[in-house]
Design a binder for this molecule. Structure first.
Ligand code: HEC
Ligand code: HEC
Ligand code: HEC
Ligand code: HEC
Ligand code: HEC
Ligand code: HEC
Ligand code: HEC
Ligand code: HEC
Ligand code: HEC
Ligand code: HEC
Length: 368
C-alpha cells in the first residue's frame, strides 16, 4: 500500500492530467496503452470502448509492481475510452483512430494524440528506462532496445518487418530529444519524425538505387515527387509485400477515386487479377502516365496474338498507330484511342456497344 501511495504522490497516472477532454484526438496506431496504480488490482477495473466491453485480443491487462497496464486495440474512427474503478473514472478520452495514409477520414482541426511528452512519461520513469543512450542507436538485440518493452506488441503485430525495425534501430528515424512540434503545441515532444519530404531523404540514404532510378524518370508519380514514400509504404513493416499499407490496387483507388472503375459493367480483367501496377509503375517511368512500356508493346505483352493485327485492326488495313488521332491531332492513334484500358460500359472495352458508332467517332467527317 505504501508503494501505491508513493506512486500516486510522485507520479500521477495519465488520467489525472487528461480528464475533461472530450473533443477527441487523432491517433495513427490502433494500440492504446494506459498504466496506473489501481488498489485491488486489475479485477476491480471496468473498461469500455464505445460503451462496450472489449473482448479477446482487443483487451489485454497485466500488472507489474502494483501498476495495472491496460492494452486496448481501438476500432477505426471514434473510440470513447473509459477506464473506471467502481464509480471512479480513472481515465476517459475520445480517441480517433485512422492510419496516417487514411487521414481523409480525420475531422479537420482534430489534434494529434501524443504520448511522449515529459509530463506523460513521468509516471512511467520509476520502472521504465526512458532516456535513450548511444547503444540504442544499434541495440545488440531487440530486447535491449529502449523502445522494446512498450512497443514490441505493436511491431510484432506486423507480418513482415522492415529491416530497420526488425533490428530495433528506431532512432534512425525518430528524434530522441524533446522538440517543439506544431502537432502538439502544449509541450515539447520526442520521437517525432521529420517532415514528409525529409523522410524520403532518410529512405534514400539506404535506398540509393531507388534514389537514382526515380531521379532519372521523365514521368515521376505525384506522391513520389513529393517524397511521400510513407503514403504507400509503412516504414515499420506490414502484412503486404514491400511493406505496403494495403494491397497496391486498393492504395491506388484510395487516392484516385477510380474505385467505381472496378464496378463498371466491363472491367479489364487485369485490374482485378494483376492490379494497376501491371501497367503503371508506382514510382515513375519514361512513358506517359508512368506506363511500364509504350502503349502498343504494353498491350501486346499480354495480347500476343494481336501483334499480327498491328495496323490491320479492327478492319483490314486499318492503322493502329503511327497516325494522328483525327479527334485530337496532337495525340497519336493507339490502342487506347478505341479501347478504354480500365473498363467501359460496352463490350471489348469500347466506348459504344455498337461498333458502327465507334467508327463514326472518327469518321463522320472523312467518310461518306
Ligand atoms: C511499477 C513499475 C512500472 C510502472 C510505474 C510502469 N510500468 Fe510499464 N511495465 C513494468 C514492467 C515490469 C513491465 C514488463 C517489463 C518487460 O517486459 O520488460 C512493463 C511493461 C509495459 C508495457 C508492455 C506491455 C505489458 O503489459 O507488458 C507497456 C506498454 C508499458 N509497460 C507502459 C507503461 C507506461 C506507459 C507507463 C507509465 C504511464 C508504465 N508502463 C509504468 C513496470 C512498470
Ligand atoms: C514506457 C513505455 C514506452 C517506451 C519505453 C517507449 N514508448 Fe513510445 N509510446 C508509448 C505509449 C504508451 C504510446 C502511445 C500509445 C501507442 O502508440 O502505443 C507511445 C507512442 C509513441 C509514438 C507515437 C507518438 C506519440 O508520442 O504518441 C512514437 C513515435 C513512439 N512512441 C516512439 C517510441 C520510440 C522510438 C521509443 C524508443 C526510442 C519509444 N517510443 C519508447 C510508450 C513507450
Ligand atoms: C525508416 C524510418 C523509421 C524507423 C526505422 C522507425 N520508424 Fe516509427 N515512424 C516512422 C514514420 C515516418 C512515422 C510516421 C508514420 C506515419 O505518419 O505514417 C512513424 C510512426 C511511429 C509510431 C506512431 C504510430 C504509427 O505507426 O504511425 C510509433 C509508435 C513508432 N513509429 C514507433 C517506432 C519504433 C518502436 C521503431 C523501432 C522498432 C520505429 N518506429 C522505427 C519512421 C520510422
Ligand atoms: C538504415 C537503412 C534503411 C533506411 C533508412 C530505410 N530502409 Fe528500406 N530497407 C533497408 C534494407 C536493408 C532493406 C532490405 C534489403 C532490400 O531489399 O533492399 C529494406 C527494404 C525495403 C523495402 C522492400 C524492398 C524489397 O525489394 O523487398 C521497401 C519497400 C523499403 N525498404 C522502403 C523504405 C522506405 C519507404 C524508407 C523510408 C521511410 C526506408 N525503406 C528506409 C534499409 C533501409
Ligand atoms: C503510390 C504508392 C507508392 C509510393 C508513393 C512509393 N512507393 Fe515504393 N512501391 C510501391 C509499390 C506498389 C511497390 C511494389 C513494386 C511494384 O509493383 O513495382 C513498391 C516497391 C518499392 C521498393 C522495392 C523495389 C521495387 O521497386 O520493387 C522500394 C525500395 C520502394 N518501393 C521504395 C520507395 C521509396 C523510397 C519511396 C519514396 C520516394 C516510394 N517507394 C514511394 C508503391 C509506392
Ligand atoms: C497518396 C495518394 C496517391 C496514391 C496512393 C496513388 N496516387 Fe497516383 N497520383 C497522385 C497524385 C497527387 C498525382 C499527380 C496528379 C496530377 O498531377 O494531376 C498522381 C498521378 C498519377 C498518374 C498520372 C495521371 C495523369 O493524368 O498524369 C497515374 C497514372 C497514377 N497516379 C497512377 C497511380 C497508381 C497506379 C497508383 C497505385 C500504385 C497510384 N497512382 C497511387 C496521388 C496518388
Ligand atoms: C491494362 C493496362 C492498365 C491498367 C491495368 C491500368 N491502367 Fe491506368 N492507364 C493505362 C493507359 C494505357 C492509360 C492512358 C490512357 C489514355 O491516354 O487515354 C492510363 C491512364 C491512367 C490515368 C490517367 C488518365 C485517367 O484516366 O485519369 C490514371 C490516373 C490511371 N490510369 C490510373 C489507374 C489505376 C488507379 C489503375 C488500377 C485501378 C489503372 N490505371 C490500371 C493503362 C492501364
Ligand atoms: C497484363 C496483361 C494484359 C495487358 C498488359 C493488357 N491486357 Fe487486355 N486483357 C487481358 C486479359 C487477361 C483479358 C481477358 C481475356 C481475353 O479476352 O483475352 C483482356 C481483355 C481485353 C479486351 C477485351 C477482349 C474481349 O474479348 O472482350 C480488350 C479490348 C483488351 N484487353 C485490350 C487491351 C489493351 C488496349 C491493352 C493495352 C492498353 C491491354 N488490353 C493490355 C490482359 C492484358
Ligand atoms: C480504330 C479503333 C481500334 C483500335 C485503334 C484498336 N482496336 Fe481493338 N477493337 C476495335 C473494335 C471495333 C473491336 C471489336 C470488333 C471485333 O470484335 O473485331 C476491337 C476488338 C479488340 C479485341 C478483342 C478481339 C477479339 O478477338 O475478341 C482486342 C483484344 C483488341 N481489340 C485489342 C486491341 C489492341 C491491342 C489494339 C492496339 C494494337 C487495338 N485493339 C486497337 C477497335 C480498335
Ligand atoms: C480513333 C479514331 C478512329 C476510329 C474510332 C476508327 N478509325 Fe478508321 N481510321 C482512322 C485513321 C486515323 C485512319 C487513317 C486515315 C488516313 O490514312 O488518313 C483510318 C482509316 C480507316 C479506313 C481506311 C483504311 C485504309 O486502308 O486506308 C477505313 C476503311 C476505316 N478507317 C474504317 C473504320 C471502321 C470500319 C471503324 C469502326 C470499326 C473505324 N475506322 C474506326 C481512325 C479511326
Amino acid at each position: 500500500m505504501l508503494v501505491l501511495a508513493l506512486l500516486l504522490a510522485a507520479a500521477p497516472p495519465l488520467a489525472a492530467q487528461e480528464e475533461g477532454e472530450s473533443e477527441g484526438e487523432w491517433t495513427t496506431t490502433p494500440f492504446f496503452y494506459w498504466a496506473g496504480p489501481v488498489s485491488g488490482g486489475n479485477k476491480a477495473l471496468s473498461i469500455l470502448i464505445n460503451d462496450e466491453e472489449p473482448k479477446g485480443r482487443r483487451l489485454h491487462i497485466t500488472e507489474h509492481g502494483g501498476v495495472v497496464h491496460v492494452r486496448l486495440l481501438l476500432e477505426l474512427e471514434l473510440n470513447h475510452v473509459v477506464i473506471a474503478q467502481g464509480e471512479k473514472v480513472l481515465y476517459e478520452r475520445f480517441l480517433f483512430y485512422a492510419p496516417s495514409y487514411n487521414d481523409l477520414l480525420v475531422p479537420e482541426e482534430m489534434p494529434v494524440y501524443i504520448f511522449h511528452t515529459e509530463e506523460n512519461e513521468a509516471p512511467c520513469r520509476r520502472c521504465h528506462r526512458l532516456e535513450p543512450s548511444s547503444e540504442d542507436r544499434r541495440p545488440a538485440s531487440p530486447a535491449k532496445s529502449i523502445c522494446y518493452p512498450c512497443h514490441h506488441e505493436e511491431m510484432g503485430d506486423r507480418q513482415r518487418l522492415h529491416p530497420t525495425s526488425a533490428q530495433w534501430r528506431c532512432l534512425i528515424c525518430h528524434q530522441p530529444g524533446f522538440e517543439d512540434s506544431d502537432l502538439y503545441p502544449d509541450a515539447p515532444v520526442r520521437y517525432t519524425v521529420a517532415e514528409i519530404a525529409e523522410i524520403a531523404v532518410l529512405c534514400y540514404k539506404c535506398h540509393r538505387q531507388e534514389a537514382s532510378r526515380f531521379a532519372g524518370y521523365e514521368y515521376v508519380h505525384g506522391p513520389v515527387g513529393e517524397g511521400a514514400c510513407i503514403f504507400c509504404h509503412d516504414p515499420h513493416g506490414s502484412a503486404q509485400p514491400k511493406f505496403l499499407h494495403l494491397n497496391a490496387t486498393k492504395l491506388c483507388v484510395d487516392c484516385h477515386d477510380l474505385g467505381e472503375m472496378l464496378e463498371r459493367p466491363v472491367v479489364h480483367p487485369v485490374l482485378r487479377k494483376q492490379g494497376c501496377t501491371a501497367c503503371h509503375d508506382p514510382h515513375g517511368s519514361n512513358h506517359m502516365v508512368q506506363l511500364r512500356q509504350e502503349i502498343e508493346p504494353l498491350c501486346f505483352s499480354c495480347h500476343k496474338r494481336m501483334r499480327e493485327y498491328a495496323n490491320n485492326h479492327p478492319v483490314n488495313g486499318h492503322p493502329t498507330s503511327g497516325r494522328p488521332d483525327p479527334r485530337d491531332p496532337q495525340r497519336s492513334l493507339t490502342c487506347v484511342s478505341c479501347h478504354n484500358p480500365h473498363g467501359s460500359d460496352a463490350d471489348k472495352l469500347l466506348p459504344e456497344e455498337d461498333a458502327m458508332m465507334v467508327c463514326l467517332d472518327c469518321h463522320q467527317m472523312n467518310m461518306p
